[in-house]
Design a protein around this ligand. Structure first.
Ligand code: MG
Length: 246
């Protein structure tokens, strides 16, 4: 009894000391002024001025062929869009990135053909390894973890967002790369948040590993990597692509 009484007294004493310390705090004790966030402006074209523009309609100078990175990306440019050239293969960014914020817009082929995964299929491969699915989602049933906006074969989108009145979709992708140490051990899994036409469809989704068509995701140590756009044989269009490395 004696010792528990002493304990209570000590607890009371320390609580009082801590309470007094907090009441002595001034607002400015928890405010700081540096480092200052960099200034960013979003001007007329809605692109932040610290973004790297990957495609705005004139050329594919920021891209190469995935099959052969010495070859230029030769998808077809029409106006301000680039259209998959079936059979030419995926295209990938010349530059490699760690974690990033990526914006792009896509549109399903004008002519509807095929069904399920065979209709308007393309994709955005983060680090060339983790696919955010691009797929015609206009009355085109398929497995939900392979529909538009899914982290392919891992996580369906939270909701099925439809195209705008002109048939366009936008993806805003915030990707946190996985972290492997120098021995190739996974320290932290990657994650991805996606807004589809401004609507949240992936909410800090943990990435379990590489996108696999057959079988489970695999862990593959890597550092920085490219963004890849998929040639799945369909005439999917893309426009207005920019990226901010985080
Ligand atoms: Mg795909």
């Amino acid at each position: 009894m004696k010792s528990s009484g002493l304990s209570l007294l000590l607890i009371f004493f320390f609580c009082n000391v801590f309470a007094q310390e907090y009441t002595n705090l001034k607002p400015e004790d928890t405010e700081y002024y540096s480092p200052k966030p960099l200034e960013v402006r979003v001007v007329g074209n809605n692109i932040p001025d610290d973004a790297l523009v990957l495609f705005k309609g004139e050329d594919l100078n920021e891209w190469v062929s995935q099959k052969d990175e010495n070859k230029a990306a030769d998808w077809n440019i029409e106006g301000n869009t680039v259209i998959v050239k079936p059979g030419s293969g995926d295209i990938k960014t010349k530059k490699e990135f760690g974690s990033f914020q990526l914006h792009l817009e896509w549109k399903s082929p004008e002519t509807i053909k095929g069904e399920g995964q065979g209709r308007g299929n393309s994709g955005v491969l983060l680090h060339g390894l983790y696919e955010i699915q691009v797929l015609d989602n206009n009355d085109n049933p398929t497995y939900v973890n392979g529909q538009a906006g899914s982290l392919y074969k891992q996580r369906p989108p939270l909701v099925d967002v439809k195209a705008d009145e002109k048939g366009w979709h936008s993806y805003d992708i915030i990707y946190n790369a996985p972290y492997y140490n120098k021995d190739g051990q996974l320290i932290r899994k990657g994650s991805v948040t996606v807004l589809h036409n401004g609507v949240l469809i992936q909410n800090n989704t943990q990435i379990e590993g590489t996108t696999e068509y057959i079988g489970l995701p695999k862990l593959k140590p890597h550092g920085k990597g490219p963004v890849i756009l998929q040639d799945h044989g369909d005439l999917v269009q893309f426009r207005n692509i920019w990226i901010r490395e985080l």
